[in-house]
Design a protein around this ligand. Sequence first.
Ligand code: HEC
Length: 168
Amino acid sequence: MSQKSSLRLPVAAFSILLLLLLGAFVLIQLLPIGKNQTNPPVIAEPNWDSPQTRQTFMQACGDCHSNETIWPWYSKIAPMSWLITRDVNEGRQKLNVSEWRVRKNEADDVVEVVQNGTMPPWFYLPLHPQANLNPSQKQAFLNGLAATFGSENEPNSQKIESGDDDND
Ligand code: HEC
């Protein structure tokens, strides 16, 4: 008897906890965060050295660095929506191949971040296997990026000079 009632308390507490979590999950869907998942118009693109470079960029980088983001179903659900929307906004702010020349783009490090593997971010890869390039795809992509954006030694001729470098 006493054993039975001592079991009931944890079960009740667990149920309440689950209900609270469920309620919180429902409530956070209503917060006005991560709702701005738009794809603004494509204005101008870089002068890609080949269609292949563009295609690889779109498949490995375009979700966060273009206005042609594919927003998957889970990107609509908080709290993932908060993180994904933030990444896309920050990514587009740094480099957006759909708004080329109309604003500043930080393409100087593009070869470097692919070479050292910081881009695409590690957490993007499990759900986007097409962004995982094998060594020969990666080498071809690096060559294409260098030809399109210029490498560090070759100053990037496509960079726009819009006044002060630090105004972002
Ligand atoms: C999941 C979204 C996402 C993907 C996919 C992605 N990036 Fe990024 N990228 C970001 C974010 C966010 C930033 C800004 C914050 C930072 O630097 O980490 C960024 C920054 C950059 C920068 C600026 C680096 C700097 O100095 O800050 C470059 C260049 C870049 N990314 C290139 C790429 C390339 C090339 C790919 C594809 C191989 C790629 N990114 C894929 C989100 C992404």
